[in-house]
Design a protein around this ligand. Structure first.
Ligand code: KG4
Ligand code: ZN
Length: 347
C-alpha cells in the first residue's frame, strides 16, 4: 500500500509517500521561511496563497522522486487540523480533488497525531509495525510553533491529554524572544545558535508553572520577563547580552518542559517518552532529554531533524499504521471531509 501524505497546516507545503511497511519512498517540503522572515512570523493570507502556488508542483515532484504514478497510490492522508484554516483548506481541497479524480480514499488526519507517530518512522521495521505493547503507556511531549501538549499515549490512536499551554506555545516563545533580540525568524534555530556563545546562568528567568501540581505550561510570562530585561537595555548592551539572554531563555524553556515530563514519567511509571514537533529539533532539549532518560532508566525517542518540523511523511504514517482508516473511508462522504482549525486529538 502506498499512502500519499499532504500537509499544509501552517507554512510548509509538503507531500510524501509512505508505504505500509513505514518506508518513506519520497518526501518533499517547500518551506515559506524566507517569505515569513520579512514579517517575522506567518501571515495567514500570504501562507495560503503560497500553498496554492506550491501544492501541485510539490505533489508532482514527490511522485517523480518516488518513481510512481497516480495509479500506484492507494490512499491519500491529509492534515485536516489543527492549523490555520486558509492554509488547511488548500491541502484538504487538493487531496479531495485528487481522491475524486484518482478514485482513492482520502483520510483527514490530525496534525498532532502526525507529529506523535513520526517517532515510529526510521525505526527498525518490526518494532514499528508490531509496536511492543510493553512500551505503553508512553509520555509524549509535542512542542511546536502552535502547540505544547503533554500526552499519555495508551495505544496508537488512544491519547489522554495530561496538560497543554495556557497561552503561548514553546516554539512561539522562541519566535517572539528572537524578535525581541532582533534575531531572524524562525526563532528556535537562531536563539539556539546565539545561545552557543552565551551563559545559561547570566539571567535568572522564571520556569513558569514548574512547581504547579499539574501538567500545564505557560510561556507568555517568560517572554514578558525577557522583554522587561531587553527594554531596560541600551542597544549596544542588548547586542552584547544577546548570547546570554538567548542561553538563559533556552535553558528556562528546556528546564520547564523536561520538569513536567519527569513528573509524568514518575506518575505513570512510563518506560519510554517521546518528544516531537519543531522545538524537538532543539539541541539542548535533545541532549537534556537523553540525560533525563539515563537518570530515570527510561528510553527517549526523538525524530531526526527533518521529521521534527512539519512534513507530510508523518501525516501518511497515521494511515500507514492504521490501514483500516483507508478501508473504511466512504467515497460518498469524500466531499464532506472538512478542515477544523481547532481539531482536538483527544475526544
Ligand atoms: O512543528 P513546526 O515545524 O510547525 C508547527 O506545527 O508549529 O514547528 C515550528 C516551530 C517554530 O516556532 C520554530 O521556532 C521551532 O519550531 N523550532 C525550534 C527549533 N527549530 C524549530 N525551536 C527551538 N530550537 C530549534 N532548533
Ligand atoms: Zn507541526
Amino acid at each position: 500500500m502506498n499512502i500519499l501524505g499532504i500537509e499544509s497546516s501552517c507554512d510548509e507545503t509538503a507531500a510524501a509517500i509512505v508505504d505500509s511497511r513505514l518506508r518513506v519512498r519520497a518526501q518533499v517540503v517547500a518551506t515559506q521561511i524566507d517569505l515569513h522572515r520579512v514579517t517575522h512570523g506567518v501571515v495567514p493570507e500570504v501562507a495560503a496563497r503560497t500553498h496554492t502556488e506550491k501544492i501541485l508542483p510539490v505533489i508532482d515532484e514527490c511522485l517523480r522522486q518516488a518513481g510512481v504514478t497516480p495509479k500506484d497510490i492507494d490512499a491519500i492522508a491529509v492534515t485536516r487540523g489543527p492549523g490555520l484554516i486558509t492554509s488547511l483548506l488548500v491541502g484538504l481541497e487538493t487531496a479531495k480533488s485528487l481522491g475524486f479524480a484518482w478514485k482513492v480514499p482520502v483520510i483527514g488526519v490530525n496534525h498532532i497525531e502526525g507529529h506523535v507517530l513520526s517517532n515510529l518512522l526510521e525505526r527498525p521495521l518490526s518494532s514499528a509495525i508490531k509496536f511492543d505493547k510493553k512500551r505503553l503507556p508512553l509520555i509524549v511531549l509535542t512542542v511546536s510553533g502552535g502547540h505544547t501538549e503533554l500526552l499519555l499515549m495508551k495505544a496508537i490512536g488512544n491519547y489522554q491529554l495530561l496538560g497543554r499551554t495556557r497561552d503561548d506555545a514553546a516554539g512561539e516563545a522562541f519566535d517572539k524572544v528572537a524578535k525581541l533580540l532582533d534575531l531572524p525568524y524562525p526563532g528556535g534555530p537562531s536563539i539556539s545558535a546565539a545561545a552557543e556563545k552565551g551563559s545559561e546562568t547570566a539571567f535568572n528567568f522564571p520556569r513558569p508553572m514548574l512547581v504547579a501540581k499539574n501538567y500545564d505550561f505557560s510561556f507568555a510570562g517568560l517572554k514578558t520577563a525577557v522583554a522587561r530585561e531587553v527594554v531596560a537595555m541600551s542597544a549596544s548592551t542588548r547586542k552584547k547580552q544577546t548570547p546570554n539572554i538567548a542561553a538563559s531563555f533556552q535553558r528556562a524553556v528546556v528546564d520547564t518542559l523536561l520538569g513536567k515530563v519527569e513528573r509524568a514519567i514518575a506518575q505513570y511509571r512510563a518506560r519510554e517518552f517521546w518528544i516531537t514537533g519543531g522545538v524537538a529539533a532543539n539541541t539542548l532539549l535533545r541532549k537534556e532529554a537523553e540525560r533525563l532518560a539515563t537518570r530515570k532508566k527510561t528510553t527517549v525517542r526523538i525524530p531526526s531533524f527533518a521529521l521534527c518540523t512539519d512534513n507530510a511523511a508523518m501525516i501518511a504514517t497515521v494511515v500507514a499504521l492504521n490501514p483500516a482508516l483507508a478501508r473504511k473511508a466512504n467515497p460518498a462522504a469524500l466531499l464532506k471531509i472538512d478542515a477544523d482549525p481547532n481539531l482536538d486529538l483527544v475526544v
